[in-house]
Write a protein that binds this ligand. Structure first.
Ligand code: NAI
Length: 432
């Protein structure tokens, strides 16, 4: 279902009327290209070697005073006095950032031996999230905590590109690296060339978009979905030059069957299949509980274990699971779904640092907010409108926004991004 309000506020009379009535003013997000240059600022004394990394983002330095992107290096902020440098740097320029532009704040890991440094570095989170809520005009604000600029290159490229249009108010930690963080792919345009990716629940919706984004970067994709969706899965696989695998992911031997279908192993594994069976706990039969937990969490645990045990996840592999903001914030009527999706976050945080780092395998999650799919089109009008507007960007995201975020996590050069749960929610008010 199209977002008619967004289209209406994009017209001159619509803008006039909604402004007069004090209604939300969502901006059309740019998903093609950012328009404008890059402004590189710093607060505090920094040791980060950033200039060459920013050079390679493809954004020219800002010359006309309307930057498409502002990067503020605040890694050197160690006390309240130097924190004032954040205000001093951004106060004069924030108004001039282009529509649908980017503000990226760079912070340092919190120093457990220095509570002043830890306090002001944590302060950057509150700063980033507050600026994200007030900046408006489709502009996003994110914080990256890093120690090494080159390990963060793929992350900065993502955040400084149209691919991150619906990612705002996030805190992303980069490093220490799993394996080789800066593995430079042979072909920058096709970083996944020669790699095999499997996406579960890929016949439609977000999964289909993820398969498209990975195939667009050169991956051979395996489109997995239930046998009932076999025709759609085959059609998509054909279009993407991949293969379809008709399989119910809850089957006890799903992991073994996936391993058998990819004899050369998997480089990218995306656990996207998910279902909802909403009911308040007092009215929820055990079957509704178990079906959601089985598809959304138990099958993810089971297949991941089986694939790892079979050695079917290749060195340098990327595992991306799909959580949800409902799992992070909780949602009435979704105790089963919320539990399953919070479980995904727990799985990611536990598996990422210990089990796989020696093989350069990363494990991360995307947590979508309100995404325009068949699932959300079926939501009653008022709840749907609330879902669309109650975020800093005032609109729902598109499947491609989740897909592009997944593609960043799946990138060979994203080895230093590990154990992260990244929300793709336009900075939803839910659990923000
Ligand atoms: P969708 O319902 O459009 O697509 C889900 C796909 O998973 C379908 O093709 C379905 O056949 C497949 N699937 C379901 N059970 C399966 C099983 N047992 N084995 C194999 N395939 C199975 O859903 P949508 O909206 O594309 O969501 C994708 C993921 O994103 C899900 O995990 C969902 O929970 C999550 N999500 C979606 C949000 C949204 O706003 N659409 C918000 C937050 C999270």
């Amino acid at each position: 279902m199209a977002d008619r309000y967004l289209s209406f506020t994009g017209t001159a009379p619509g803008r006039f009327l909604t402004r007069r009535l004090g209604l939300p003013q969502p901006a059309q997000l740019r998903r093609e290209a950012l328009t404008g240059g890059l402004l590189h600022l710093a607060a505090g004394k920094t040791e980060l070697d950033l200039a060459s990394v920013l050079d390679r983002t493809g954004l020219a330095p800002d010359t006309d005073g309307h930057p498409a992107a502002v990067v503020l290096d605040a890694t050197g902020v160690r006390d309240v006095d130097t924190l004032a440098g954040v205000h001093a740097a951004l106060h004069p320029v924030v108004r001039s950032v282009a529509t649908s532009g980017r503000v990226v704040v760079l912070g340092a890991p919190l120093d457990p031996a220095d509570h002043h440094q830890a306090a002001v570095q944590q302060a950057l989170e509150g700063f980033t999230r507050s600026l994200g809520k007030e900046i408006g005009r489709g502009r996003t604000v994110n914080l990256v905590r890093l120690t090494d600029a080159s390990a963060a290159e793929s992350t900065l490229r993502f955040l400084l590109s149209p691919a991150s249009a619906y990612v705002s108010g996030q805190v992303i930690e980069v490093g220490p690296a799993a394996g080789s963080p800066t593995a430079v792919p042979d072909d920058a345009e096709l970083p996944l060339a020669g790699r095999t990716a499997l996406v579960t629940g890929a016949a439609r919706g977000i999964g289909a978009a993820v398969a498209g984004s990975l195939a667009g970067r050169g991956a051979r994709v395996v489109v997995l979905d239930v046998p009932q969706a076999g025709q759609e899965a085959r059609r998509l696989a054909e279009r993407l030059g991949g293969t379809a695998l008709a399989l119910d992911i809850t089957a006890a031997d799903a992991g073994e069957r996936i391993a058998a279908a990819v004899p050369g192993g998997l480089d990218v594994l995306v656990h996207n299949a998910g279902i909802t069976r909403d009911r308040r706990l007092a009215n929820m039969p055990a079957e509704r509980w178990s079906s959601v937990l089985d598809v959304n969490l138990a099958s993810v645990l089971r297949t991941t274990d089986a694939l790892l045990a079979a050695g079917a996840v290749n060195r340098g592999g990327r595992i991306v699971a799909t959580a949800s903001i409902a799992g992070l914030a909780g949602n009435a009527g979704q105790t089963n779904y919320g539990a399953s999706k919070a479980g995904i976050a727990g799985l990611v945080r536990s598996l990422a640092p210990h089990a796989l780092a020696g093989h350069g395998v990363t494990v991360n999650a995307v947590a979508p907010g309100f995404i325009e799919t068949k699932m959300t089109a079926a939501v009653p009008l008022f709840i749907r409108e609330a879902g669309r507007r109650m975020n800093s960007l005032g609109q729902g995201g598109l499947p491609v926004d989740v897909a592009e975020t997944t593609a960043w996590l799946a990138h060979p050069a994203s080895g230093a991004v590990n154990g992260q749960v990244v929300r793709v929610c336009g900075q939803s008010l839910l659990g923000a």
